[in-house]
Write a protein that binds this ligand. Structure first.
Ligand SMILES: Nc1ncnc2c1ncn2[C@@H]1O[C@H](COP(=O)(O)OP(=O)(O)OP(=O)(O)O)[C@@H](O)[C@H]1O
Ligand SMILES: [Mg+2]
Length: 258
């Protein structure tokens, strides 16, 4: 199963991607977690130590690898020629960090360049890698996406099986998620779930449900707000703490395998 976790900034994508990866891994599956957010903090939710993380070169900062794979060159420096279909089949094995629980974590980093959708060599490599893991790799893949929409273009996200569209009780978050929903539909993704996170009371849940139903949609799952998650996420207790938000992510996992 290939899963993308999307939504506005700060709604809880990284927390949910991390908890879901760990719960699926706990069930004995191979899991590849991909941190596609420039702020690169998924490692914390997966129990990777900061000392280990510090030594990792995010893929799009790995100039040597990018150069080797995309063969930047050409006669004119202003118009470099490079391969749009670089070899990526060995990247998970060679460059993923293994978490204490055996999840393979790939850290993509920030693609610099005028436009994120640009076809610079780093971007070509990342897109080829995502297409490869979505289409060719036999493992559960969970991608913690960057906030916003611009990267959700054609060429990668349509290959996922499920989009988890996370919302929090705010009109801005609902607006972003509705725009994501239209895009996801345009791209023909098979399964989409609206997940309300950080819900503290019925009024907040009703707000989100009402906004979605005005557009003909309904809420698929709600995850409660819990101060312990805000303060320390999944560390240090990991999944052993019986936190209501983690129980709800476990419910989400069951729905994904239905
Ligand atoms: N159910 C919850 N209850 C309480 N706090 C939560 C909950 N879910 C997430 N949080 C907290 O909200 C903050 C933002 O969560 P997180 O980093 O997962 O969001 P994000 O969508 O990945 O943000 P960004 O767009 O910045 O990457 C964190 O402090 C996190 O611990
Ligand atoms: Mg995040």
């Amino acid at each position: 199963m290939k899963v993308a976790v999307v939504g506005k900034g700060g709604v809880g994508k990284t927390f949910i991607a991390g908890a879901l990866s760990r719960l699926i891994r706990e069930g004995g599956y191979e899991v590849i977690a991909i941190d596609a957010d420039p702020s690169m903090n998924l490692y914390l939710e997966l129990g990777v130590k900061p000392e280990v993380f510090k030594k990792v070169i995010p893929l799009c900062e790995n100039k040597a690898l990018i150069k080797e794979r995309t063969k930047v060159g050409g006669l004119d420096e202003n118009y470099p020629v490079f391969n749009l279909n670089p070899y990526v089949a060995d990247i998970v094995e060679g460059y993923a960090v293994e978490t204490p629980e055996g999840i393979k974590l790939l850290i993509l980093g920030t693609v610099t360049g005028a436009a994120k959708g640009c076809m610079c060599p780093a971007n070509a490599l990342l897109r080829a890698l995502l297409r490869h893991v979505f289409r060719r790799v036999e493992a559960t893949v969970i991608v913690d996406m960057e906030a916003g929409l611009e990267h959700l273009g054609r060429g990668t996200i349509e290959y996922v099986d499920v989009v988890l569209n996370i919302l929090e009780p705010s009109i801005q978050s609902v607006e972003t998620s509705l725009r994501i929903r239209s895009l996801v539909e345009e791209l023909g993704v098979k399964k989409h779930l609206f997940i309300a996170n950080k819900i503290s009371n019925q009024e907040q849940e009703k707000f989100i449900s009402d906004e979605l139903s005005r557009h003909g949609f309904s809420l698929d799952l709600k995850i409660p707000y819990d101060e312990r998650v805000r303060l320390s996420g999944l560390r240090p207790a990991g999944l052993t703490a019986s936190l209501p938000p983690i129980e709800l992510v476990a419910e989400l996992k069951r729905r994904l395998y239905e």
